[in-house]
Design a protein around this ligand. Structure first.
Ligand code: 13P
Length: 252
């Protein structure tokens, strides 16, 4: 069933103590919320994952990884495998974030391999994609997003869609303070759902959660979340403060 999801991508922020404090704060903020069919997710850095998993055990917070390597194991200095994530209780992983694409040169082909490796290992994939400003300005945003989906995720088996969450993050809206308008988000999310329906089935498309990411804040979350094809958000900056993040969770 399609779920509402509010996920915080903490990126390269928060040391051990800060991570602990933020989770503690978030737990307090949301402990009495009625979270029916709504998942609350946080993605701390690799080094803080295990303690975050332990700390969240008795709460409604899920802890996920921000990335993983596509290979099982071996000589990949600095990388982390699906098995390693699973061994500390991680069940989901973000793949394809625009910062991984642009700063760490992860192309569509690599991302397809990561998607396959994660799914083959039983991890849920939160797959990110989105157009750059130039593509939006030249009216190529749907084309670009269609191509990113085709090249990295539309090859998966129909039964694997139950382990996929899609996250549309227009690059021009990430960390810029500029948000897609609710109408722009709805147009894109409806397009994405339609792409999934065309390539698989309407039922699969109706059941996949599609998140919006890019400068979501307590002040604009409700409007964006009110759109029928927006099932939640992937939040960067505003997820680093328990009060702001919980205000966004309350807006869903
Ligand atoms: P901001 O919310 O800081 O724009 O970041 C969005 C994002 O990249 C989440 O993955």
């Amino acid at each position: 069933m399609r779920q509402k999801i509010v996920a915080g991508n903490w990126k390269m922020n928060n040391d051990k103590e800060e991570t602990k404090t933020l989770i503690e704060g978030l737990k307090k903020e949301i402990e009495n919320l009625p979270l029916d069919n709504t998942r609350v997710i946080v993605a701390p850095s690799f080094v803080n994952l295990e303690s975050a998993v332990n700390q969240s055990e008795d709460s409604n917070i899920e802890v996920v990884a921000q990335n993983m390597h596509q290979t099982k194991n071996g000589a990949y200095t600095g990388e982390v495998s699906a098995d390693m994530l699973k061994s500390i209780g991680i069940k989901s992983v973000i793949i394809g974030h625009s910062e991984r694409r642009s700063i760490f040169n992860e192309n569509d082909e690599i991302l397809a391999e990561k998607v396959d490796a994660a799914l083959a290992n039983g991890l849920e994939v939160i797959f990110c994609f989105g157009e750059k400003l130039e593509e939006r300005k030249t009216d190529n945003h749907l084309l670009e997003v269609g191509s990113q989906l085709k090249n990295s995720i539309l090859h998966i088996a129909a039964e694997d869609w139950k382990n996929v969450v899609l996250a549309y993050e227009p690059v021009w809206a990430i960390g810029t303070g500029e948000t897609a308008s609710p109408e722009q988000a709805q147009e894109m999310h409806a397009f994405i759902r339609n792409v999934v329906a065309k390539n698989f089935t309407q039922e699969i498309a109706d059941n996949v959660s599609i998140l919006y990411g890019g400068s979501v804040k307590p002040t604009n979350a409700e409007e964006i979340f009110s759109k029928p094809d927006v099932d939640g958000g992937l939040i960067g900056g505003a997820s680093l403060k328990a009060t702001d993040f919980s205000a966004i969770i309350k807006a869903i």
